[in-house]
Design a protein around this ligand. Structure first.
Ligand code: PMP
Length: 389
């Protein structure tokens, strides 16, 4: 027996075992899974930009011009001109002074938090924040105060304690990745200002999706200029890869000098950077994609609720369907796959024990008929597994 066998058995027994599944392409929304055509309802490629001809063309051209890799970290030798072009575009898009590109959202969060906070500081973190924020908090060595999900009053009671910290930081997801609900940003801004705290928002799922111009959660709430630091990713609605931190020019300089996940890693490939530049252009030029996305979201969420499913407080293209027990969520996802629908079961540790769920993500490129078929399948499986009557 190998050294990890017992641990794996325990994971299996708890119904938490994870397996990788091979798919023919990500650019769906129809993909081949084990040779069978399946509707993708689990991708964060919300606007379908992953397969947008202009975005693909920009990436291809960058490979021709610069090659496939960056060769080193940007501080060493990997800093071609398009990085700065993308950063300026992101800053403009997010309404900040400047921005810095990171290789992934995970690295952006751990690099940011471990750079801006240290011993003697305190970080107030929403209980449902993404794993990368949790890990960034731990790495920072600051005192961590977790406040119950979206609970403004509890957060204020923590802020009031007022031990003399050097820096106080409030960090939240803009859109919560497993619940699809929104942070109470106006309240967090008000608290951050009253208690002189730095406000950080992880807008991985809001970027390109929320707000009248797709600029994200801050635009959605009309709070431009009120959030100190905005993190966003290019691997979701932008259809590419990588991430950024947007804020002041001074913050950018500080992160170049202090964020270890910026300093000690190879720069993104130029093709990814060029693709993301084009994606931002498309987001500006093709607002109809966002229109189609939101019309699909409202159709699907209303459909689920009519059938009788609990979609929690979802207000975005991420729509959870609460199941409860991990094994049941996995069994339903398995049956849905057999029916031709790719929907992931989300279990602990990604969500709290007893709140396992199916997590649907809606795309602009889903056809109405496909979504109707998915609702029928969900109703059938929901009844079979006794989630609904
Ligand atoms: N933050 C949130 C809220 C996320 O959902 C994710 C991706 N699952 C990340 C950060 C990490 O981003 P990336 O996939 O680019 O590492």
């Amino acid at each position: 027996m190998g050294i990890f066998k017992l641990d794996l058995l325990q994971i299996e027994e708890a119904g938490h075992y994870r397996r990788l599944r091979e798919i023919s392409s990500q650019s769906g929304p129809r993909v081949l899974v084990d040779g069978k055509e399946t509707l993708m309802l689990a991708s964060n490629d919300y606007l379908g930009l992953c397969s947008h001809p202009a975005v693909k063309q920009a990436a291809e051209k960058a490979i021709k011009d610069w090659g496939t890799g960056s060769g080193a970290s940007r501080l060493i030798s990997g800093n071609t001109g398009i990085f700065r072009e993308l950063e300026k575009k992101i800053a403009h898009f997010k309404g900040t002074e400047d921005a810095l590109i990171f290789s992934t959202g995970y690295m952006a969060n751990i690099g940011l938090l471990s750079a801006v906070a240290d011993k003697g500081d305190v970080i107030y973190s929403d209980a449902l924040n993404h794993a990368s924020i949790i890990d960034g908090c731990r790495l920072s060595r600051a005192q961590i105060e977790i406040f119950p999900h979206k609970n403004r009053d509890h957060l204020e009671s923590l802020l009031k304690k007022g031990t003399p910290f050097r820096r106080r930081i409030i960090v939240t997801d803009g859109v919560f990745s497993m619940d699809g609900d929104l942070a109470p940003l106006p309240q967090l801004v008000e608290l951050a200002q009253s208690y002189s705290a730095i406000l950080i928002i992880d807008d991985a799922h809001g970027t390109g999706v929320l707000g009248s111009r797709g600029r994200g959660t801050v635009e959605h709430f009309g709070l431009d200029g009120n959030v100190d630091i905005i993190m966003g990713t290019m691997g979701k609605a932008l259809g590419c890869f990588g991430a950024f931190i947007a804020g002041t020019g001074e913050l950018r300089e500080y992160l170049i000098n202090r964020a270890r996940t910026f300093i000690f890693t190879t720069a993104l490939p130029p093709s990814v950077v060029a693709g993301a530049i084009e994606s931002l252009h498309v987001i500006e030029q093709e607002p109809q994609r966002r229109g189609a996305l939101w019309s699909n979201v409202s159709f699907f969420r209303t459909g689920l609720q009519k059938i009788g499913f609990n979609t929690l407080e979802s207000a975005t293209p991420i729509i959870p369907i609460l199941i409860g027990e991990a094994r049941k969520a996995v069994a339903i996802a398995h049956d849905l796959m057999k029916d031709g629908f790719f929907i992931q079961a989300i279990r602990p540790p990604a969500v709290p024990e007893g709140t396992s769920r199916l997590r649907v993500t809606i795309m602009a490129t889903h056809a109405h008929e496909d979504l109707e078929r998915a609702l029928e399948a969900l109703e059938k499986e929901g009844k079979k597994h006794k989630i609904i009557n």
